[in-house]
Design a protein around this ligand. Sequence first.
Ligand code: PLP
Length: 367
Amino acid sequence: MPRPILATIDRRHLRHNLARLRQFTGDAKVWAVVKADAYGHGIERVFEALRSTEGFALLDLTEAERVRALGWRGPILLLEGCFEARDLELCSRLDLWHVVHCTEQIEMLAAHKSARQQRVFLKLNSGMNRLGFAPERYRAAWVRLQALPQVDDICHSTHFSDADGPPGIAAQMAVFDRITADLPGERCLSNSAAALRHVQSLQGRSDWVRPGVALYGGAPDHLASDAGAWDLRPAMSLHSRLVATQELRAGDTVGYGSTFAAEQPLRIGVVACGYADGYPRHAPTGTPVLVEGQRCRLLGRVSMDLITVDLSTAPQAGIGSEVTLWGQAAAGPCLPIDEVAAAAGTIGYELMCALAPRVPVQVLDDL
Ligand SMILES: *Cc1c(COP(=O)(O)O)cnc(C)c1O
């Protein structure tokens, strides 16, 4: 028997999440963000479920080639644009739309020889201070691009730093409006957090939205809210089984560093899952784990291939019992990936992206 760990990717949940997002974004066209191999889910695995999107957005040229190889003829957007001049040849060949966020990228375009005109997404740095033209330089960049024969159409875009928290998007929207108000062209705003939380302020103002994590069933604003409250369903679940149990006496310790000591007799389960599977090594004692659908707590240190859990809340469990590290348990309940991530001091995004290559993956679908 193979080691009993398994990740499942549920296409029904991906379809549900895309439909759910559209309830918030109205008529806006959707870029389904599939960077980082679809947030660790695998581009090839999610493609069918997301193909009712208007476009796919990603960073990596080889990922763009993979989307084209799946037969996608619609728009693909390179979220960081070209990294070097010859990337533009691929943009022409594969018909990729691309972000232009710096002067160097304009120079590359100006020097590019191609029969096909390029569709570009000019990026304004409205306060995030990562990528984009400063407000006072944006219009000059637009004028310059506009004049290039290589350029077909220019869409205005920016990225919000605080759509998930109290600062919100108002300050950045004010900058965006001030700079772009009288310029022609479409607008592209909104990650998942903005799309879900700022429906009113974005109504009719964003021709394109760029949701990522919400498609995969993660809450972009965990702690303030959660996936269940947004009616998002986990696309990825990580399952395993108990491979051993131990009866601890008072004073016995568990695992490397003996960081957990039993205060009283305690039955524990040993799960075939560790940090080499992508489970977060920093998850502390108390991190939730489902055993046969019941919430248990992690005990002691996460090791490479195994973790240990307190079976007090799942007394019937034994070797072979089903364990859900995150996502949807067969028994029904769901353990939000964001909750596991928060316990480990990180975010659901990171756990999804870090699913290890050694974990077998099964795709669930009802078709
Ligand atoms: C990753 C990314 C997104 C998607 O963000 P989520 O928080 O996952 O919705 C949107 N826009 C840009 C520019 C990105 O890099």
